[in-house]
Design a protein around this ligand. Structure first.
Ligand SMILES: Nc1ncnc2c1ncn2[C@@H]1O[C@H](COP(=O)(O)OP(=O)(O)O)[C@@H](O)[C@H]1O
Ligand SMILES: [Mg+2]
Length: 456
């Protein structure tokens, strides 16, 4: 039977709560001084404690400090005769779960208890608190390469600095932009994405800056632009390399002065915007060839980050496949739920020119066409079966600009470990045998590399 602690210098004060606790089948433990209250919390598995602020021995706030020092994680509700907001604030600041004025109101106590019991019951079905391994928000990945991107996102999210995200198409640049926004103080304001590559120049200008009524023939009413909508929040300018020179000048001004005019308007509009941009092109080259303004480049490139292509983070492939399988299974009720080792190994060896977008589409296609619960090699499209039919070649070719030796070796290790684990159905003994490693060596490596079974 669960219990709660009720600490009040007057033993009669507990009478109010007795019937409520009884109805909930909770045991009442009592203390009339703070030292005794602490003892009970230390020794009994109490669900929560209601503690009077002016207890002899230790007062309520002192008790909270002691619990904090001892890392005792328990919900404490402070009670005091002082009904002021100031008292409530002070209690919450000291780490109280809630604050109730005395004399205790039956309903208030009952509501408070109800909330605590609900929260206690919740964690069962939910994932454990804290970060889920192999993920950052909704972004799946545990390779060294993606983890260093996550770290950079955490570091710069809450600055107002302009971030430039480089990466091939389909690598997840937009997801990274969203994560940056979500981890910034602007998270409650909008993130407005604009795909600068997809919209013709004339339209893009009015899309970004808006226009006044009558600014051009088709402008039959005033229109607010994306910059204005994003004020207070973040604007995400995707495929920035494709922007015309005229718009480059206008964007530069917004960046420098945080102001602009709507098309056809003379009123200056002030905004407060964080700018994140992305490109799959080599922007430096575009600048050197005069297609991209140098001043704008340096304004945008304050914090550059690169999302690596999927072929450079093979460790993420099994996780991503499991993730999309799970998603399609949940959302579309598809039959296929798993994938066999051979098929997984083939998919890991495929170079993924379309990156995660290609992988997502492929899993969807396979899942729709599959006859069985487990995907096998026959479910692979021919082009992929053929592309990875000849394994055993050199795993890397050293390009002109050279490679990062440690990184490549580490990624190759990841790849071997993951392949062995996949083949062994994540049984570590078997995987170690496949690699002729000691089990302990393998376990150590997995721990160091933070490699976890998919979904676990
Ligand atoms: N690490 C990831 N985890 C889960 N889904 C991802 C991940 N990276 C990309 N995706 C998905 O892949 C698709 C392409 O991502 P996107 O951010 O649009 O790429 P980009 O902007 O680089 O072209 C989207 O559907 C996105 O949700
Ligand atoms: Mg994109």
């Amino acid at each position: 039977m669960s219990s709660i602690l009720f600490a009040h210098r007057d033993p009669k004060a507990a009478e109010t709560v007795k019937p409520i606790l009884k109805a909930k089948n909770l045991l009442l433990l009592r203390a009339d001084d703070g030292v005794r209250a602490l003892e009970i919390i230390e020794n009994e598995p109490v669900v929560a404690a209601w503690v009077q602020q002016d207890l002899p021995g230790l007062d309520g706030e002192q008790l909270l400090r002691r619990l904090d020092l001892q890392d005792l994680d328990i919900r404490v509700v402070l009670m005091s005769e002082d009904p002021s907001l100031k008292a409530a604030r002070s209690a919450l600041r000291a780490g109280a779960y809630d604050y109730l004025p005395l004399p205790l109101d039956e309903n208030e106590f009952s509501d408070c208890l109800e909330r605590i019991l609900e929260e206690e019951a919740e964690p069962a079905g939910l994932p454990p608190a804290g970060p889920v391994p192999g993920r950052f928000d909704h972004i799946v990945g545990q390779s060294q390469a993606i983890r260093s991107v996550f770290r950079l996102v955490e570091k710069v999210a809450d600055t107002d600095s302009t971030v430039m995200i480089y990466g091939e198409s389909g690598t997840g640049k937009e997801l990274i932009a969203r994560a940056l926004h979500q981890h910034s103080r602007r998270r409650d304001m909008p993130l407005i994405p604009v795909n600068c590559g997809a919209i013709p120049e004339e339209l893009l200008e009015s899309e970004l800056f808006g226009h006044e009524k009558g600014a051009f023939t088709s402008a039959i009413r005033m229109r607010i632009g994306r910059f204005e909508m994003a004020s207070g929040g973040t604007i995400f300018l995707d495929e920035i390399a494709d922007m015309s020179p005229k718009l480059q000048v206008k964007i530069l001004r917004v960046l420098q002065e945080q102001q602009f005019e709507r098309i056809g308007g003379s009123k200056t509009i002030n905004v407060d915007i964080r700018v994140i941009t992305a490109t799959n092109k080599n922007l430096r080259q575009a600048m050197e060839h005069g297609r991209f303004r140098e001043d704008l480049f340096y304004r945008l490139n304050v914090i550059p980050m690169t999302v690596p292509p999927l072929r450079e983070r093979q460790a993420d492939i099994p996780l991503l496949i499991e993730h999309f399988l799970h998603q399609f299974h949940l959302n579309k009720g598809s039959r296929a739920k798993s994938i066999d080792h051979e098929t997984m190994a083939r998919l890991m060896a495929y170079p993924w020119p379309g990156n995660i977008r290609e992988l997502e589409n492929l899993v969807e296609r396979m899942v729709i066409l599959a006859e069985n619960e487990t995907l096998t090699v026959v479910d692979l499209p021919a082009r992929i079966r053929e592309a990875v039919a000849a394994p055993g070649q050199a795993p890397v070719e050293i390009p002109e600009e050279g490679i990062d030796f440690n990184q490549v070796v580490s990624d190759f290790e990841d790849q071997l470990l993951l392949q062995a684990l996949e083949k062994a159905g994540w049984v570590k003994n078997k995987a170690a045998n496949l690699l002729k490693l000691n089990r302990t060596t393998l376990v150590e490596k997995l721990k160091k590399k933070k490699i976890n079974p998919p979904g676990g």
